[in-house]
Each structure stands twice: as C-alpha cells, then as structure tokens.
Design a protein around this ligand. Structure first.
Ligand code: ZN
Length: 253
C-alpha cells in the first residue's frame, strides 16, 4: 500500500493569505502545506481521504489519473470544499463513490445541492455513488476498512484503519473502545496542530501521549498549523520513529 500526503496543513493552509509569520514566509517546501488529505493506493486502486479546497491542485500535483472513491472524515470545509472538482474524474469514469457518515452526506447535500439533484439536473454536474459509513468495518475492493470514531471538540469524526495503517485527523479525543482498534499499527497518521492547547485539535504534547499509549512502529503528524514552527526544527525534537508529515511525502506499507 502506498500513501501520498496530498496536504498536511490546518484549515487555512500554510502560508496563510497575507501572513508575514516566519513559517509562512519560509522557503523550505516542507513548510508549505495544502489542506489535509491523503491518497491511498494498492493493487490498481486509488482512494483519497477528504476532498478539501486544494483537491484540484493536489490531483494535478500527484498526477492522479483516476480515483476509485473518496472517504470523508467529517464535513468541515477544509475537508469537503473541493467536491465539485471531481468532475474530470466523473466525465471519464462515471459516478464517483463516496463513503461518509450520514450526517456528512446531509451536509454535502445542502452545500452541493446541484450534485444531488435528481430532476432536471444540470448536465455538467457530477454524480456520486453514496455509501453511508457506520462505526463498523466495510469493504473497499479487496480491503477491509475499520472506521475509528473520534471527537473534534463535540463533533463526531471518522478516522480509518486499513490493515496496519491508520489515518486520524481533526481529533481531540478518542474513546477507549476506539483506542483498542488502533493497537499494533505499523503506521499511524494523526493530527498535531501546534504547541498551545486547542479546543478541537490535539496539540503536540497530546498527540505524543496518544503515540506513547498506542506505540505504533511509526507515526506521522499532520493537520499542522504555522504556529507549530518550522518543519525541520520541530522534527529534530521528536522522539524516534515520530515524524512530521509534509506535502508530497510518500510512504509504503
Ligand atoms: Zn480540518
């Protein structure tokens, strides 16, 4: 399985528009972060998790020619706002499967009503094949996916486990029963926003606590704010086998 980090930034991305914060002005490509998303590829399949406002640029940058579906973590705009840009895939491939909690689908129906229109639908609008995700394992092609239910302040969010890889973003708390599902991981990807506490995101210290509980072989932090600091400096101080993800990083599991 190959994982490509399409974006590793928090909701505003890095650089933030108009910001003269040193991290936003950094020339290091690892300090430039699009909105958070990953591409997961195995056999001949390609799935993305989330479809934020940078989706088009991410698909071009990673040279993605086709996608087999999109899994959504939750409905916030930095994870969903790019949905209209599935059109090139829809025109070539037909209906694009999405996988999401019912609440997320209901939110998408409000924001992208024209996509879900059943009568007199505008001919250029894309079509989705909607698959509702509950907190129980489901099949993606030949792979079992285990949803992990976590909380982003009070909002329910799904993380996903594929074999010994798990992707969790926009987490503040993980119920004990869900932590159990995250044992024996080769790779954990989890959000670490910044050093200061935040109401709906793990900060660096809290994310490191989760790592010490779960003991995955390797961990990559994502959904990173400019306030966390320069990539190279932060990573120097991380424990062994814990890394900051960066855009376009690829890992094979
Ligand atoms: Zn987010």
């Amino acid at each position: 399985m190959k994982i490509t980090f399409l974006g590793t930034g928090t909701s505003q991305g890095i650089p933030i528009i108009g910001s003269d914060h040193p991290v936003c002005l950094s020339k290091n490509p690892k300090d430039k972060r699009l909105r958070v998303s990953v591409l997961i590829q195995w056999d001949n399949y390609s799935y993305v998790i989330d479809c934020g406002p940078d989706f088009r640029q991410q698909m071009l940058r990673a040279d993605v020619k086709s996608i087999d579906g999109i899994l959504f973590t939750h409905e916030h705009a930095d994870h969903t706002a790019g949905l209209d840009d599935i059109r090139p895939f829809f025109f070539r491939q037909g209906d694009i499967p999405i996988y999401a909690h019912k609440r997320v689908v209901d939110q998408l129906k409000q924001r992208f009503a024209y996509i879900f229109e059943t009568e007199n639908k505008y001919p250029g609008a894309p079509n989705l094949e909607v698959n509702l995700v509950k907190n129980q394992p489901f099949k993606l092609e030949n792979l079992e996916v285990i949803p992990i239910e976590v909380y982003h302040h009070k909002l329910q969010v799904f993380g996903y486990r594929f074999n010994n890889f798990a992707y969790l973003t926009d987490v503040k708390t993980i119920p004990d029963a869900e932590l159990e599902k995250l044992k024996n991981l080769d790779v954990l990807v989890i959000n670490a926003l910044r050093e200061q506490p935040h109401i709906s995101h793990l900060n660096l210290e809290e994310a490191l606590q989760i790592v010490s509980i779960l003991q995955p072989k390797k961990t990559y932090f994502t959904h990173i704010s400019h306030l966390l600091g320069f990539h190279d400096e932060v990573e120097k101080n991380l424990p062994e086998n814990v890394f900051l993800a960066y855009d376009q990083l690829q890992i094979t599991i």
